[in-house]
Design a protein around this ligand. Structure first.
Ligand code: ATP
Ligand code: MG
Length: 450
């Protein structure tokens, strides 16, 4: 593309002065303000950019504050003692203030100008390295969505809108900058970002931006699995997991990221859908309350359907139950990690949560006490509660274990049968209350891993 053609395509810059927008410095983190002022005082251009500007204009609280500047990473480093340079694919500076990190990126260019500094690598249309410095206009054009390409100018507190982001905020729509096909080929993760941001903001995805999903979704297989893990956390553990999940499914992207989950859901297993949705809803509620959430639990939820079905198939064919569960877990985790690199410490916990499930069905003194003392009991029990949708028997089991945990150790031990797998849970619930309702029911006696 020659420079004239690019000029034609360039939208008119709109500068919105301080009195015509709602961004106030009191809603910007102190750390970000310090970085912006310091850069500006040193003679560089300095802007707050991206999601922070978007979220502030929407009246929300940004998750992080990113800065764009005319200073190169080395120049940024010279200005801040608390600064480290990171990234190869996309070199930038992190300025660290205690737990808060301000990401400072130098304006990126297209690399088409003479004497452009830095380097940019494109392989099969995909950007594998993007370190060419450029102007702020160019920087705006290489961003993904128009709502993500607005700049808050620390020198006069105005907002610069290069590509029509304000209009999209008003229309509550995500529009890509440039040709969707090209932009997704450059970086397929942008498709996931579309789904995630639509879910987070409650925006729609512009039809041309959504149209290529089916055809280009398979390109996600080439994205770095570690990056897809990070992206998955942003989708599912940032407080809008259920919406993200539904949006991914609706966009037809779930199958490229979590093939096993998509397959299991496609089999029309409504109990599984209920379990996944409930798991995500609980996670969202925990995030809203400021409680901790673990990726392991959520990934265990997402992959449960496939693990359970595989294990049960093996057991039906006469395989030893413990081995069947272990193999099923290995297979499902192995397949998933080729797409999304779930770190080992999490897959280990997932395997534990799954393998403890059949053990909830063994109501014998020693086994019950051992399970209660298991370090992963709590997570596995929470998981069992989610499985209540699978059958009335599992719901009963959940109630039984809920009750068992509340009994003093000796009372519970005395009430439990020493042997035999067919004992009824109520034998161990000497008190009235929830146990009454269970009188006539037996716990499910399904698989019994040795
Ligand atoms: P969040 O609310 O999750 O932080 P965000 O839009 O701020 O959303 P970040 O990952 O923090 O997302 O990215 C900051 C900004 O960098 C984006 O707003 C966008 O302008 C730009 N950006 C991020 N990822 C891409 C990408 N894959 N392609 C082009 N631009 C991107
Ligand atoms: Mg951000």
């Amino acid at each position: 593309m020659n420079s004239e053609a690019r000029n034609d395509a360039r939208p008119a810059l709109r500068i919105i002065p301080r009195e015509q927008h709602t961004i106030s410095r009191k809603n910007i983190s102190k750390a970000a303000l310090r970085v912006l002022y310091r850069l500006n005082e040193a003679g560089y251009d300095a802007f707050l950019v991206g999601g922070a500007v978007r979220d502030l204009l929407l009246g929300g609280r940004p998750k992080d504050f990113d800065v764009a500047t005319s200073a190169t990473p080395d120049e940024v480093k010279k200005l801040f003692r608390n600064c480290r340079l990171i990234g190869r694919r996309f070199r930038l500076a992190h300025v660290v203030f205690g737990p808060e990190i301000i990401e400072v990126a130098t304006f990126r260019g297209t690399g088409e100008e003479e004497g452009a500094e830095g380097e940019r690598h494109i392989v099969d249309g995909r950007i594998v390295r993007d370190n060419v410095w450029g102007t702020i206009e160019e920087d705006a054009l290489r961003r993904d969505f128009r709502v993500n390409a607005m700049y808050y100018d620390i020198s006069d507190f105005s907002v610069r809108d290069y590509v029509g982001g304000m209009q999209d905020l008003q229309d509550r729509v995500l529009r890509l900058i440039g040709d969707p096909d090209t932009r997704y080929r450059e970086d397929p993760v942008r498709m996931l970002r579309a789904a995630r941001l639509a879910a987070k903001l409650g925006f729609s995805i512009d039809a041309p931006a959504a149209a290529p999903f089916e055809e280009l979704g398979p390109l996600l297989a080439e994205a770095a699995p570690a990056r897809l893990f990070d992206e998955s956390l942003k989708m599912f553990l940032a407080g809008h997991g259920l919406k993200s999940f539904r949006m991914l499914e609706q966009c037809g992207l779930l199958k490229f990221l979590f093939p096993a989950t998509a397959r299991a859901l496609k089999r029309g297993d409504e109990a599984l859908r209920a379990l996944v949705e409930q798991g995500l809803e609980n996670t969202d509620a925990r995030v809203a309350e400021g409680k901790s959430v673990t990726p392991a639990f959520l990934f265990a939820v997402l992959l449960w359907g496939e693990v359970r079905d595989l294990a049960q198939q093996q057991i039906a064919r006469g395989k030893d139950a413990t081995e069947a569960w272990a193999r099923a877990a290995l297979q499902v985790v192995g397949e998933q990690c080729q797409r999304v690199a779930i770190p080992r410490r999490f897959t280990f916990t997932m395997e534990e949560i799954w393998s403890l499930q059949p053990r909830f069905e063994q109501i014998q003194r020693k086994k019950v006490l051992r399970l209660l003392a298991h370090p992963r009991f709590r997570a596995a029990f929470d998981f069992l509660l989610l499985r209540a949708h699978e059958s009335p028997a599992i719901r009963e089991l959940g109630l039984w274990w809920d009750h068992a945990q509340q009994l003093p150790h000796e009372t519970l031990a005395a009430a439990l049968p020493a042997h035999g797998g067919g004992s009824e849970p109520e034998a161990a619930t000497p008190t009235a209350g929830p146990a009454r309702k269970r009188r006539r029911r037996k716990p499910a006696t399904k698989s019994k891993p040795a």
